[in-house]
Ligand binder design. Structure first.
Ligand code: NAD
Length: 480
């Protein structure tokens, strides 16, 4: 059985406690690897290594850092098939999705920030002829990067790439539910010649290993992606220590469909925004609002196409929905379906666990589920389910749908479908979300600011925002 190891000071190490816990394949329910149960001592070793490496990494010419990060990207591309398979086994997602989305995006993240850092220029502000100001940005030191299970290597690299490119050294922790690709990544870093201690990867439980990273006095910045409840805990620990903090948290995103939309496009993309990655994407549009004249036609067609989505073995290339990440998560998702019925919802399709059979007989599969008949303010429509469950509701006016869309404590993303450009601008400006997609979904340009409003987060990732986060700003004013 594979024994995952921590990556500290350029080499693989068992946890200090020598204790491990099980890594379960969610498609089969079988234990297939062992995960280090790391604790504060492991984190302390990693931080010591990162502090030591900071001196030379932060002063290395940026072009040289860039070459090493690009080399890691090349190695991800070389191992594309192997990493995609590992991601699928660890997370339950269809291997095809991992091949097309997760792994290519991981190498794109590395390459994007490796090259961006070369172009990261200082700013100057000239005050008439009296003074010149110039602004420098220097790496903050050791950064803690903590990532979730839904897009494991994709989100892991999305954090560590800008941190390393800015000249920070890193102590990172992937989710304990999906540690495998981060473990494989440590070998790629060694092969690429990343100097010892520049990146350290600690595996283990959030409340133990993760908390120890956040609490460590020599970790200067925390970049976290995960649930809002965990984000609150992290903020409560990090804020009194005055650490820089970036929080990418949960969502309950509206998908607003006006009657004048391009119907075929809206239906096809809404199926993706509802059920891609089993609905386990923070950006999924789990609340669909349809303008009344289109409502019945949309619901009929959407349900018809939802029924055609194959739930099955993630390793089968024909599978559209794989397993949910864990039994606990599957039960949580099914409990929300139950809640929806008690709140008066009508399930038009789905709602049950799927028994796939064969090697996946004990896996954690759920049918894609469509629910109607619920009010916008019930718990099903207010709380993040993070599974293949969507609700559809009709609306009559722009004011009404804006009230519905903005009624949750979240504000991550929103999708708007209309052929009316003025309306698209109007609604975009009034929806309280950090990311708006008009006539598309998850159409990404890595230069754009990425993050949420309200309880969906603090700060922005992507482009210059990410590079700025991992640097300290200093302004020098010279009176002429
Ligand atoms: P989670 O909050 O349970 O865990 C995320 C990470 O934090 C894991 O690595 C976990 O081990 C660690 N952790 C847990 N407790 C910790 C603590 N006290 N201190 C430090 N680290 C701790 O989230 P999850 O269940 O892995 O992921 C799902 C959530 O992530 C959903 O809410 C989803 O919306 C959100 N998410 C947000 C984005 C975004 O960009 N906004 C992207 C993906 C997922």
């Amino acid at each position: 059985m594979i024994k995952i190891q921590n990556y500290i000071a350029g080499a693989l190490h068992p946890p200090v406690s020598e204790k491990y816990f099980d890594n379960i394949n969610p498609a089969t329910g079988e234990v297939y690897a062992q995960i280090p149960d790391s604790e504060a001592q492991d984190v302390d070793r990693a931080v010591t290594a990162a502090k030591k490496a900071f001196v030379s990494w932060s002063t290395m010419p940026v072009e040289k850092r860039s070459l090493i990060l690009n080399k890691i990207a090349d190695l991800i591309d070389r191992d594309h098939q192997k990493l995609a398979l590992a991601e699928s086994i660890d997370n339950g997602k269809p291997v095809k999705l991992a091949k097309v989305v997760d792994i290519p995006r991981a190498s794109a993240n590395m390459r994007f920030f490796a090259t961006a850092s070369i172009h990261f220029a200082s700013e100057a502000h000239i005050t008439d002829e009296d003074a010149i100001n110039y602004t420098t940005r220097t790496p903050v030191g050791v950064a803690g990067c903590i990532s979730p299970w839904n897009l494991p290597l994709y989100l892991f690299t999305w954090k560590i790439a800008p941190a390393l490119a800015s000249g920070c050294t890193v102590v990172a922790k992937p989710s304990e539910l999906t540690p495998m690709t981060a473990f494989l990544f440590s070998s790629l870093c060694m092969e690429a010649g990343l100097p010892a201690g520049v990146l350290n990867i600690i595996h283990g439980l959030g409340a133990k290993a993760g908390q120890a990273i956040v609490e460590h006095p020599d970790v200067n910045a925390i970049s976290f992606t995960g649930g809002t409840v965990t984000g609150k805990k992290i903020a409560a620990t990090a804020a009194p220590m005055f650490k820089k903090l970036s929080l990418e948290l949960g969502g309950k995103n509206p998908n607003i469909i006006f009657a004048d939309c391009d119907f075929e496009n809206a239906i096809a993309v809404s199926l993706q925004s509802s059920f891609s990655n089993q609905g386990e994407i923070c950006l999924c549009g789990s609340r669909i609002f349809v303008e009344r004249p289109l409502y019945e036609k949309f619901v009929d067609e959407f349900v018809k196409r939802t029924k055609m989505l194959t739930v099955g073995d993630p390793l089968d290339e024909m599978t559209k929905l794989g397993a949910l990440v864990s039994e606990v998560h599957m039960k949580k998702v099914l409990s929300y379906v139950n809640l929806a019925t008690t709140e008066g919802g009508k399930i038009l399709t789905g709602g049950n666990q799927v028994h796939v059979g064969g090697r996946c007989a004990d896996g954690f599969f759920v049918e894609p589920t469509v629910i109607v008949g619920l009010k916008h303010d019930c718990r099903t429509n207010q709380e993040e389910i993070f599974g293949p469950v969507v609700t559809i509701m009709p609306f009559d006016t722009e004011d009404e749908v804006l009230q519905y869309a903005n009624s949750t404590t979240y504000g991550l993303s929103a999708t708007i479908w209309t052929e009316n450009l003025k309306r698209a601008h109007r609604i975009s400006s009034k929806v309280k979300s950090g990311i708006i997609w008009v006539n598309c979904w998850l159409f990404r340009d890595l230069r754009t600011p990425f993050g949420g409003m309200k309880q969906s987060g603090v700060g922005r990732e992507g482009g210059w925002d990410a590079l700025k986060f991992f640097t300290d700003t200093k302004n020098v004013c010279i009176k002429l």
